[in-house]
Design a protein around this ligand. Structure first.
Ligand code: PEP
Length: 251
């Protein structure tokens, strides 16, 4: 049985004060619950404050990117050591916004995934096709290239600490959700690629989140699909009520 994992990606939102209000609201409702793994990913500037609130909590701290390097002259970058010092456990890598606006390629995502795994951080690795790619019938081709490229050379053992997020780009922040059938089809396809890459056991154990306009009203149906093991939530993670309701849909 794969434990469901719901992660909130706060993107470039929330001052420290706003982040504290949000995490305290989430914490108040979900403090002791352990059936679903819950992760919050604030912006870097709020990691310390949010992490302090989460000491001794079941809710885990994640971040939205990290450097593939250890330290040194990389202006503007954040290293694994800095993140671990703040008790970060998960790191979102290869989000479509980073691929689109900052030209992150599978090569770079793969370097970061390897660094995260080497340093005991758990990557949430995002893949997903654009609208024109889906319409051209290229969803599988695009997703397969991203999965194989971003997760190249990762061993079956390392896969135990990997989460994949399938996020069709056309569904992110648009209010258009993939139907549960569309999402399930791609999730099963991704699991098949992982089976081919590292074997049945790792594929069966891998958690694959869906992301793209997930909200309380569609979460239950998406989360009841056999290969959908959680959600990566953007807009609906910015408010405690809507995020908590999605988590509860996964129970
Ligand atoms: C995301 O950016 O990862 C995401 C899923 O956003 P939204 O929920 O707003 O579509």
């Amino acid at each position: 049985m794969r434990k469901k994992i719901i992660a909130g990606n706060w993107k470039m939102n929330k001052t420290v004060a706003d982040a504290l209000t949000l995490v305290k609201g989430i914490q108040a409702e979900l403090a002791g619950s352990t059936e679903v793994e819950v992760v919050v990913c604030p912006p870097f500037t709020a990691l310390k404050s949010v992490g302090d609130v989460l000491t001794d909590s079941q809710i885990k701290l994640g971040c939205q990117n990290m450097s593939s390097e250890n330290d040194g002259a990389y202006t503007g970058e954040i290293s694994h050591t800095m993140l671990k010092e703040l008790f970060v456990k998960y790191v979102i890598l290869g989000h479509s916004e980073r691929r689109q606006y900052y030209k992150e390629t599978d090569f770079w995502v793969n370097k970061k995934v390897k660094k995260a795994l080497e340093t005991n951080l758990r990557p949430i690795v995002c893949v997903g096709e654009k609208l024109e790619e889906r319409e051209a019938g290229n969803t599988e081709k695009v997703v397969e290239a991203q999965v194989r490229g971003s997760l190249a050379d990762i061993t079956a053992e390392q896969f135990e600490n990997v989460v994949v997020a399938y996020e069709p780009v056309w569904a992110i922040g648009t209010g258009k959700t993939a139907t549960s059938e569309q999402a399930q089809e791609v999730h099963a396809f991704i699991r098949g690629i992982i089976r081919d890459m590292v074997g049945e056991k790792a594929a069966k154990g891998l958690r694959i989140q869906y992301g793209g306009s997930m909200k309380a009203s569609n979460a239950k149906e998406l989360l009841s699909q056999p290969d959908i093991d959680g959600g990566l939530i953007g807009g609906a993670a910015l408010e405690a009520r809507s995020f908590v309701d999605i988590v509860k849909a996964g129970l």
